[in-house]
Design a protein around this ligand. Structure first.
Ligand SMILES: [Zn+2]
Ligand SMILES: [Zn+2]
Length: 359
């Protein structure tokens, strides 16, 4: 036996993708491999392309969700939870009619105050949100597994109760689990991250569900650990990783824009293709300029931005803004007063351009 075979941890990359290879190991090692190197445990999802396609819902779950949909439209003032409860308790073929009948005759017995407010009813979307629909047993098991792993200090029955309360929506149940575990003796610092809101970049550094991997280029990339369920993987990826990726892309785009602009200005200056701003007399590239409507004065984006800021926060509103059209009066410095203005479209373009790092 080679030294590689004797150390299951070292050979984990091959084990992580193939269950077969672990069965070739002696039984003692297999145990070790299974407890530490579960195939799902060592797979990290960094990129959307790694997400597996979600299997279509089985017939029984589909039909339950159809019934749920119908009951929701029949009784818009009752919370979905009530229907879910009743549908899972009855096995009758005609349960939709039975439930409708029960709710019409004795609503209070089943509803127990779980009514939707007028606002909630107005908010109702065309279809039931996924977090309120029936989920597959595989999905529930994957959620349980994830919760057991993250909240080791809590008893399984507590975790199951919380999960069932939130219809197995992990990210909805999480704040409660964090809250309960913070009161238990095994309180961990990571549990401080509360609430279901987009993860900020500073929180992301310590979020227990986000694991930072090193990309080929050496920079850290956020990932989620595969749960073994395609649907749950997709949800975690969309809720935790995607916002971080968007944020990163924005930052990169801004930097790219600033770089492109500085190159553009350099090139334009080199071949004297810049224009002088009629307001601040700086040389600026054509892409960063706008013109007034009367005498085609060339005005740079920065001057437009400064005039707007002054008009909004300073004393210049009456002087700078045309009271009927909302357009900016031409800020060009010239001997006779210019009647032209900068249209609101151009203002918007100038403000956008400046925000993206144009200086
Ligand atoms: Zn200017
Ligand atoms: Zn002008």
């Amino acid at each position: 036996m080679s030294s590689k075979d004797r150390n299951p941890r070292q050979s984990s990359p091959s084990l992580s993708t193939s269950e077969e290879s672990s069965s070739e190991l002696p039984s003692q090692l297999q145990l070790h491999v299974q407890s530490h190197e579960n195939p799902h445990k060592s797979r990290y999802i960094v990129d959307e392309s790694q997400l597996e396609p979600i299997a279509p819902l089985p017939h029984d779950i589909l039909s339950l969700n159809n019934d749920l949909e119908r009951l929701c439209s029949l009784f818009p003032d009752i919370q979905i939870e009530v229907f879910r409860e009743m549908l899972s308790q009855l096995s009758d073929e005609s349960k939709l009619f039975v439930i409708t009948d029960m709710l019409l005759k004795n609503p209070d017995i089943y509803v127990k105050g779980r009514r939707r407010t007028v606002d909630q009813q107005a908010e109702r979307k065309a279809s039931i949100p996924k977090t309120e629909a029936f989920r597959t047993p595989e999905y529930k098991t994957a959620v349980q597994r994830l919760a057991f792993r993250e909240f080791k200090g809590l008893s399984r029955s507590t975790i199951n109760a919380v999960l069932s309360e939130s219809n197995y929506s992990y990210l909805d149940a999480r704040p409660t689990l964090v809250d309960i575990s913070s009161k238990s003796w095994k309180f961990t610092f990571s549990a401080l991250i509360l609430g279901r809101k987009p993860v900020t970049s500073s929180e992301a550094k310590t979020h227990p569900l986000i694991s930072w991997r090193t990309s080929e280029g050496g920079s850290p990339v956020p990932s989620v650990r595969a749960t073994g369920n395609a649907e749950l993987d997709r949800e975690l990826f969309d809720d935790l990783i995607l916002p971080l990726k968007t944020l990163e892309k924005d930052t990169r785009d801004k930097a790219d824009h600033a770089l492109a602009l500085s190159i553009q200005t350099e090139e334009a200056e080199a071949c004297e293709a810049t224009y002088e701003c009629a307001c601040c007399y700086t040389d600026v590239v054509f892409e960063e300029m706008t013109t007034c409507t009367a005498e085609s004065h060339m005005v740079c984006f920065r001057c437009v931005q400064q005039s707007i800021t002054e008009a909004v926060f300073g004393q210049g509103w009456q002087r700078s803004i045309h009271k009927d059209t909302g357009a900016l009066r031409c800020p060009a410095v010239c001997s006779n007063f210019c009647e032209g203005c900068i249209s609101s479209d151009h203002i918007r373009r100038a403000m956008d351009g400046t925000e993206k790092g144009a200086r």
